[in-house]
Write a protein that binds this ligand. Structure first.
Ligand code: NDP
Length: 502
């Protein structure tokens, strides 16, 4: 260092957070990259089995001693509302951190992700205020009631595409129903979630109820899901990982929810409001940098409208502003990692080889200046002659639309259902009987009619087929995060048959 020169600022380190304190441990140090700049911006201190064990022990201790599971509903509601306000107040700081490691545009992070995160805590405060019970008194002389109790320690595993928005729902639900938890973010995006968990503590959350362990899935995640003192596992991520975790949980008979991948059909009939359908098709595949489980990635068009629709879609896709996610004018930021960028572009090349027409994109986009090493790609679209090519079958998880054309209603539904996934489906038509039939025939956990994604938190969310197991939502989370206990007593003292009286 030269005389008079300021000392270099040390790079931030994403540690774990156990019993309210940051813990770095002696594990591997991994780089956290900024995908818009292509540079390392932070380090990550990987939690090994020892730190994971400490986190589970801290959660169990808080579950046993903090009084949280036994606290009144009013007390839990007041705390959840405080947490909601704290997340809302920190929305800008959290969005900056999320943007730095994820590259989704700031506007979307501020307006969608962080608002949603704050709302998650408020939502579950409301849900527990409305909980109802069951009473059975049909058996003469007896009354049975069903009570719900917190389960214990939940392992929460979050993906990288919307870390704060998705993990906050799991944390809020686990807490609302009286549990303690250990969260594992994706190793790619640890920054905003670590800060969020810290903010929850600053807002008054008792230590140990929410712990966070950072590190790779195969190391930290594996240690967490196989820990013998974890009572339940809530996972959001890819289908292959989901299968591995579900088998581990099955071996130990632990309940799981699995929110997995998607390859959702967006079925557009000639009877649709095509202007709206076009706007929604673009948002459905290119928002969140195209990296979202519920993307409408297979766009199915009725032949009479297909040519014109595709032309207009392609013109709009080419006009999407790709670049710095911090700039409020930007519409598409970088892919989350260089490996992911290469994977997405590989699908365009593969599709061409398999006979699809590349309509637009399929290449990297040079964004100059400080962003010249960022992982930017052009919004991409292909027209596929069949549902069998890899780009139409696999979840690409990028700004990549696959068009297919149908002639009849039956063909539309067959194409829509010709997938291993079944997370959501979109249908566009102003012809009510067509909509009614499609809603019945589409094999997906959620069907959105004449609207882009509209997540109703009260309703169950989750997938058919390889898209998941179990559901998230108000009632669905109550069932997952609580144990049921049936209590039976007589309305008048019973005459118990006497045995052993000689
Ligand atoms: P992954 O399945 O690769 O990872 C998800 C999480 O699991 C990460 O935190 C990962 O850690 C961790 N993990 C990986 N291996 C293990 C293991 N053996 N044990 C425990 N944890 C492990 O998914 P992505 O992060 O790549 O997320 C993208 C996927 O998530 C897409 O398929 C997408 O569709 C799906 N998704 C589903 C949603 C839904 O609601 N249905 C919503 C959003 C995304 P690490 O990354 O550090 O390796």
């Amino acid at each position: 260092m030269l005389a008079g020169e300021a000392p270099p600022t040390p790079m931030p380190l994403a540690t774990s957070l156990i019993a309210g304190r940051r813990v770095a441990g002696a594990g591997l140090r991994l780089p956290v990259m900024n995908p818009a700049l292509g540079v390392e911006i932070a380090g990550l201190a990987e939690a090994g089995p020892a730190e994971v064990n400490d986190a589970v022990v801290a959660a169990r201790h808080a579950f046993r001693t903090s009084g949280w599971p036994q606290a009144s509903v009013e007390h839990r509601q007041a705390m959840l509302l405080k947490l909601s306000d704290a997340v809302f107040a920190a929305a800008d700081e959290l969005a900056q951190l999320e943007c730095a490691a994820l590259g989704v545009v700031m506007r979307e992070l501020r307006e969608r992700h962080m608002k949603r995160a704050a709302l998650n805590f408020r939502f579950f405060a409301e849900v527990i205020g409305q909980a109802r019970g069951e009473v059975y008194d049909q058996t003469h002389g007896y009354r049975s009631i069903v009570v719900r109790e917190p389960v214990g320690v939940a392992a929460l595993i979050a993906p990288w595409n919307a870390p704060v928005a998705l993990a906050s729902m799991k944390i809020a639900a686990a807490l609302a129903f009286g549990n303690a938890c250990v969260l594992k973010p994706s190793e790619q995006t640890p920054l905003a979630l670590l800060r969020m968990v810290e903010i929850l503590h600053e807002a008054g959350l008792p230590d140990g109820l929410v712990n966070l362990v950072n590190g790779r899935g195969a190391v930290t995640g594996q240690a967490l899901v196989s820990h013998p003192d974890v009572d339940l596992i809530s996972f959001t991520g890819g289908t292959a990982t989901g299968r591995a975790i579900a088998s581990e949980a099955g071996r130990r008979l632990k309940p799981v929810t699995m929110e997995l991948g998607g390859k959702s059909a967006n079925v557009i009939f000639a009877s649709a409001d095509l202007e709206r359908a076009l706007d929604a098709a673009l948002v459905g595949i290119y928002s969140n940098n195209g990296q979202q489980c519920l993307a409408g990635s297979r766009i199915l068009l009725e032949r009479s409208i297909a040519h014109d629709f595709i032309d207009r879609f392609v013109a709009r896709a080419r006009a999407i502003r790709v670049g710095d996610p911090l700039n409020d004018r930007t519409e598409l930021g970088p892919m989350a990692s260089s490996a992911h960028r290469d994977r997405v572009l590989g699908f365009a090349e593969g599709a061409r080889r398999e006979g699809a027409e590349l309509l637009t994109g399929g290449h990297a986009v040079p964004v100059g200046g400080a962003h010249s090493n960022g992982y930017f790609i052009a919004p991409t679209a292909i027209l596929s002659p069949s549902p069998d090519i890899l780009a139409v079958r696999e979840e690409i998880f990028g700004p990549f639309a696959s068009f297919m054309i149908f002639d009849t209603y039956d063909e539309a539904i067959e194409l829509a259902n010709a997938t291993d996934f079944g997370l959501v489906a979109y249908v566009w038509s102003d012809h009510v009987p067509t909509v009614e039939r499609a809603v019945r025939d589409l094999r997906a956990g959620v069907v959105w009619v004449n609207t882009p994604m509209m997540r109703e938190l009260r309703a169950p969310f989750g997938g058919y087929k390889d898209s998941g197991l179990g559901r998230e939502g108000g009632e669905a989370c109550m069932q997952f995060y609580t144990e049921v206990k049936t209590v039976t007593w007589p309305s008048t003292p019973v005459n118990v048959k006497k045995i052993g009286t000689g």
